[in-house]
Design a protein around this ligand. Structure first.
Ligand code: ZN
Length: 326
């Protein structure tokens, strides 16, 4: 029967995803303190990259294992439709895997709807405006609360309230806008999407939350560095913009797929001190990977995939999965 065959495959995928995600997630969790200490010794941009990579590593490894080894071994070694039973342990692991995925998908869908609704409301309530030096129009909102944010995933829009426009000087506004553009260049909202999509280790438990919060802090610092480009004058202007916006009161609650000038007051003094006391690191342009190196990388990954997908490997994986499900 086709349904039991496919259901068994689904159960196998969910169970093996869950086991690998837990194993890799626990390793990341245990090493997160050391990783954060190491990240603190790097530039904020590198630190942010390292931490977001670490947060997504268990998810990426588990997905690669399921799609690269688990599914091919099952299809290859059990091609005929069977109605083999799934043991209690296999069923339980499959259910836990399904719960972590459903939880991740539900929160992502909720954030997506909230983001779409918020951006639509801003467009209805506000108006498109051109700001000096801005290549694309911004959404200007008639709002007393301070709002300056880059909102949206694939084509993020800059949202700004008239109160922010009126209260910031030209230099402060330029530095604040550069901070938002840095978030867009780094695709921070897309990284937020991946973080939401990556299921937690256990349903409704977030042991990697510290890693996410630290990534968020480094992403803010990296945007500050990119906005100031090592120029002390711009650093002072950005620090002044941060203080001005903080003085204007609490900003509106923003959806998850938004990055703002002042994400939270908690980091405000650290950011201002950093901008005023230490000259921010000059944001160096990302070096282009030479084409030969890129080709070598693709070949290496291809060879590794070919080595892994040998009959012997697939048979061993199949044995393991049989143990898991029975
Ligand atoms: Zn920001």
């Amino acid at each position: 029967m086709i349904l039991p065959y496919l259901l068994r495959l689904l159960c196998l995928c969910l169970a093996s995803f869950f086991v690998l995600n837990v194993a890799a997630g626990l390793l990341v969790c245990i090493s997160s303190k050391s990783a954060i200490r190491f990240a603190e010794s790097r530039t904020p941009k590198r630190a942010a990259r390292l931490l977001v990579g670490l947060r997504l590593l268990p998810f990426a490894l588990a997905v690669l294992f399921v799609l690269g080894l688990c599914v091919p071994s099952y299809l290859w070694l059990e091609p005929t439709a069977t109605s083999e039973r799934v043991g209690l342990m296999g069923g339980l692991l499959g259910l836990l895997g399904a719960a972590t995925w459903l939880n991740a998908l539900a929160r992502t869908a909720q954030s997506l709807f909230a983001s779409l609704r918020h951006n639509r409301l801003c467009r209805f309530a506000g108006q498109e405006a051109r700001l000096p030096g801005e290549s694309s129009p911004v959404v200007l909102v008639e709002n007393e609360a301070p709002l300056l944010a880059m909102s949206g995933l694939f084509r993020p829009r800059l949202l700004i309230s008239r109160s922010v426009l009126q209260n910031l000087s030209a230099a402060e506004l330029g530095a604040a806008l550069a901070h938002e553009h840095a978030h867009r260049t780094s695709r921070d909202n897309l990284k937020r999407l991946l973080i939401q999509l990556a299921p937690d280790i256990l349903p409704f438990l977030h042991p990697l939350r510290t890693l996410e919060r630290t990534w968020s802090q480094f992403a803010e610092w990296a945007a500050d560095d990119q906005a100031t480009e090592g120029d002390s004058g711009r650093a002072v202007a950005l620090a002044a913009a941060l203080v001005q916006v903080a003085r204007m009161g609490r900003g509106p609650r923003l959806p998850f797929f938004s990055t703002s000038l002042l994400a939270s007051d908690r980091d405000l003094s650290a950011r201002v001190d950093r901008l005023l006391e230490k000259l921010p690191v000059m944001a160096t342009p990302t070096a282009e990977t030479p084409p030969a190196l890129r080709t070598a990388g693709v070949l290496l990954v291809g060879c590794m995939a070919a080595l892994l997908a040998t009959p012997a490997t697939l048979a061993a994986v199949h044995e393991l999965l049989e143990l898991l499900l029975h």
